[in-house]
Design a protein around this ligand. Sequence first.
Ligand code: URA
Length: 439
Amino acid sequence: MSGWDPRPAIALKRSGSRVPAEDIERIVLAYARGEVADGPMAAFLMACVLRGMDAGETDAMTRAFIASGASVTLGDVGRPVVDKHSTGGVSDAVSLVFAPLVAALGLACVKVSGRALGHTGGTIDKLEAIPGFRVDLDIEQMRRQVERVGCVITSQTPELVPADGAVYALRDATGTVESVPLIAASVMAKKLAVASDVILLDVKAGSGAFMRDAAAAAQLADACLAIARAARRRAGAAITDMSQPLGTAIGNALEVAEAIEVLHGRRDGRLRDLAVWLAARALTSAVGIGPDEAAAAASSALADGSALARFAAWVEAQGGPALVIDDPAGILPRAAVRLPILAAASGFVSTVDTATVGLVAQGLGAGRAHRGDTVDPSVGIVLTAKIGELVERGEPIGTVHARDAGSAEIAGNAIAASLQVAAEPVAAPPLVYGWSEEG
Ligand code: URA
């Protein structure tokens, strides 16, 4: 361990005082180097959750995360570079559609993504469900791929914001995820470390998000945009609905398969609509075309197969089989057991306890209960019922994909119980609650 003692900084935060920026940088960097142990770091993070952090402290944590690694400067790749990030949700495979979609629209998408966190899924775990897909690219490989294919998503390697990778995993294991400043610093470090022209944030609100309502999500959006402002970067934040799973699939291979369906233009619904909405925003911010024209261009790139072709090229460039677009069922891992989920009551779906849905998928093996657990890419849930839809007791509302019959039955009952129904019709929630921009 280092000669530096983190306890005064922990005590300062515990008492609600401001921690000097240099101490925040020190504890983060020392933790990343293994010189501060998990215990003191977890205590510090818990104090941050309970006492909050001001804009200066949040900024210091963001800068420390970035300073722990190298920055991705891609140079001129011949197209505007867009970086998009979700604050975390359930059945949120938007990035898998968005990246090839904006590449097909003439932009470049460069993303450093995370793994599943708490009840939420992680883009890196999803991509790893594709056999052979590599998520440990170095900066030179990223640069070459963006020039060639137009999109790249990689994980935090030792080069890229490694301190965030370490802290993110510790937060997942210590109940210190739900904090506006900690999430803002974690998200924005990954965004600022990449030299993009536009940063697009998808801040989720609802029962499946870390921010349970649009007002709390707006606070997170503001915190992220304040970090972008301090760094003089162009950024926009959408507040989008996570009061139910975004798509129908929850689980890594299942979500890849659903994203492929959207890219084929064969799947309508909220996952498709949000990917198109965000791609249109990216186009408007990056090249200044009007929102209607941008939305039409994004829809056409899905309809004409150009986004799908980009996806195939992207998968191949990162080591996976391009053929996955034609035969996802044959190429993606499949769970041994499938069990229908039956509605527990009749009526209009009024609420979905979306965090529970995410935790049930995690319990099946789609996420990690403990740090270091391995994820089973094949398992998960398909839940087709959406808020506002009429369901009949005993009728199928989805399918559990599990390793064994016992866990499938438990999961199916838990999912059925996570839906509430009402006798009167219920309106579907909006997809997007708000949008704000910086820079
Ligand atoms: N996504 C991130 O990148 N970090 C968080 O802390 C939460 C969601």
